[in-house]
Each structure stands twice: as C-alpha cells, then as structure tokens.
Design a protein around this ligand. Structure first.
Ligand SMILES: [Zn+2]
Length: 374
C-alpha cells in the first residue's frame, strides 16, 4: 500500500503529529491532488484548540486523529474513471466546501445549505457531517488530498500556489460583495479592513471596479498600506482616533452613505463596532456580515425600516466563484502580488500554528499569508 506524510491532530488542543498514512485513492468522480501549498488560516489555531470541541458543539470536528488544513493549491496527481475535463498535471485550487450530495439542497446545487455540510480539513456544520468527513478525510496538511472533481478551480500559470491557497478568504469576500449587489459605480465600506478577510475583500472590490472603497479598522500603519493599494479609490478611517463612522462615510459619499457595508471584523470585536459601521449605509443599502463576531447583535429594527436597508449574512463561495477569481487574477484586475508569504515545511506546521496564536499575523495584518509547503 502506498503511504504519504500527513500532519494529524490526535487529541483536542494537542500538537499535530507527522504520521505515515495511506495515500488517498480517487473514486470514480474524484481527483487526487498533490498539495503544493496549504493555507494556515487565522481561525485554524482556534479549531485545533481544546476549547473548540467543548464550546462549538454546532460546528463539530472530524473524528480524531484527523488531517486538518482548509485551503489547498496543488497539481492533479490522479483522476477517477468518470473524470474527463480534469487531467493529471493541471494546477488547481481545491474548494473545501462539501455537501452530502443527495439532499434536496445538494441536488439543487446549494451545497452550502446542506445539513451535513463540511469544510474538508476543518469542521462540519451538523450532526450528520461525519459521514461526509469519512468520504473526504484528507485536509491539506498532507502530501496528497482527495476531492470531488466538481470542487476544483483550474489555475493559470500566473497565479502561484501560495497565492491560490488564499482563495478561501478571498472568495468569502467576493461572495459577500456579490451578495451586496455592488456595481462598478458603487460604494462599499469594509469594516475590519486590515485583517485577512478585510484585505481580500478590498482586492476583490477593486477587481469588481468599485468606484469608492471605504476601509475602517484601528491600526493606522496597516490602514495606510490598504489606502496605498489604490489611493484614488480607497479612503480609510482609524476608529482608534475617530469613532464617528457614519459621519465620516457620509462625508465621503456626497452625504448619502454607502451602497454596501461588508462586515469582516474578527471574532473578538464587539457587536457595537458592527452597528457603528452599519449606520454608514445609504437609504436602501445592503449590509453583509461575513466576519467572525460572535456577540449577539441587537438589531435597530426601526432604523432598518425607516432606511429601507437589507441586513444579511453569508459564508464561503462556489467553485465557479473561484473560477471567476482565477480569471480576474489571470487578466490582472485581481492583484494577488500584495501578500507577504510566510512559508513553513510540513514538519514545522506546529510552528506556523504557534506563530498564529502568538499574533505574528498582526504586524502585517491581512497582508500576511501563512502557508505550509508539504
Ligand atoms: Zn446535502
């Protein structure tokens, strides 16, 4: 039997162990991908912690020991007998969103709404998720991973594997912007703009042609880096020095407010910071929450009605959204060259997780990209 190296978690809160495990074998509609880069996303340290299993009962982990690792970019190694449009040797990003394949939502192509949904290599969304983990047990912290062929995004040669492994957070921002109905002549405020999700959302808003992009966060050094991405289109506000987001946003939009607010705040941020940014919406605008704020939000329902606004939330993105991002990157409208990659070998994966925990991502904020190169 062929084997491969994989970093596995054996107990909640423990270290990842480098183990020899069986190589995945492609089922008829599946693909085996040789992993060239796996992103160490900001939330991975939380998912691996002892607290997660205890507190996040509605987001179950796969049965341990398990191979984690969410966002994979690599090269197709083998394809199943019914896979015809993907060939060995092709460069791909692997969208880790998996459904059961047979419920009514999966059959309608809405696998994000599947009760058994999982992020392969990460966590599930319900008690039925383990069956999907059993079918696709390989996260990206391994030499090879198994995926259904319809999860793949083909990559042009101009996108590096490190850049492509960032597609998860980029796609979440892209999905939110699409949900907001943002138009090229439109305006968008991104709350938490200097984080991993925030920086990615700015890059997609630029790619989609948004005329006015307003970024709100605390760290002034990082905000200056965000503005430098496109000084003529981006304005920034540090809530460290000025808390009046609504007045500032209206001053930048002819007194109207913005068409859309995308909330990309991290888990520790207070719900009050979400409400402050929400007030920047124009009459009839749309708020989309894709961030990590866990506090309950007390909705200003009278304000909502009088301003005729839409408040909604979203998560993740489809493989076809991934294809669109790859195409924008190929054409040069989506600029992925801004990331500072921090590369770790598979054997050093615990160092990458420890660096995340220690806040090593904060000095360059969302411009940092932690990747493991197996
Ligand atoms: Zn399903």
């Amino acid at each position: 039997m062929n084997t491969m190296l994989a970093a596995r978690l054996h107990e909640p809160g423990g270290k990842l162990h480098l183990d020899n495990v069986p190589m995945p074998v492609a089922g008829a509609g599946d693909v085996v991908v040789q992993v060239e880069a796996c992103n160490i996303v900001p939330n991975l340290a939380n998912v691996l912690s002892a607290d997660w299993a205890a507190m996040m009962k509605y987001l179950p982990l796969p049965k341990l020991p398990a191979i984690f690792g969410l966002d994979i970019a690599g090269v197709v190694h083998a394809v199943g007998q019914h896979v015809h449009a993907i060939k060995p040797g092709e460069r791909v990003y692997v969208n880790p969103a998996r459904g059961c394949g047979s419920c009514r939502f999966c059959r309608a192509g809405e696998l994000l709404n599947c009760e058994s949904f999982i992020y392969q290599g990460y966590f599930g969304r319900g008690p039925l998720s383990q069956a999907v983990f059993d079918r696709y047990p390989t996260g990206g912290l391994a030499q090879y991973s198994l995926a259904p062929a319809d999860a793949l995004v083909k990559l042009p040669n101009t996108i590096t594997f490190e850049e492509a492994s960032r597609f998860g957070y980029l796609g979440t921002g892209y999905g939110a912007l699409k949900k907001s109905g943002l138009k090229p002549a439109g305006s968008v405020l991104i709350n938490g703009v200097t984080g991993t999700l925030g920086v990615g959302t700015v890059l997609l808003a630029l790619a989609m042609g948004a005329a006015r992009i307003l970024g709100v966060a605390r760290n002034e050094t990082l905000l200056a880096r965000v503005k430098a991405l496109a000084p003529g289109r981006i304005e920034t506000l540090s809530t460290q020095s000025d808390n009046s987001v609504e007045a500032w946003a209206k001053s930048k939009t002819d007194g109207e407010g913005v068409d859309a607010v995308i909330d990309a705040l991290p888990p520790r941020a207070p719900a009050s910071a979400q409400l402050d940014a929400m007030q920047a919406l124009r009459m009839g605008g749309t708020w989309v929450d894709v961030g990590g704020v866990a506090d309950d939000l007390v909705l200003p329902n009278y304000w909502m009605k009088s301003r005729n606004v839409t408040l909604t939330a979203g998560r993740w993105f489809t493989p076809d959204d991934g294809r669109e991002m790859a195409e924008m990157a190929r054409g040069g409208t989506l600029d992925l060259s801004v990331f500072e990659h921090r590369r770790y070998r598979l054997a050093d994966v615990n160092d990458a997780v420890a660096a995340l925990k220690a806040g090593a991502a904060t000095d360059a904020g969302g411009f940092t990209n932690f990747v493991v190169i197996p």
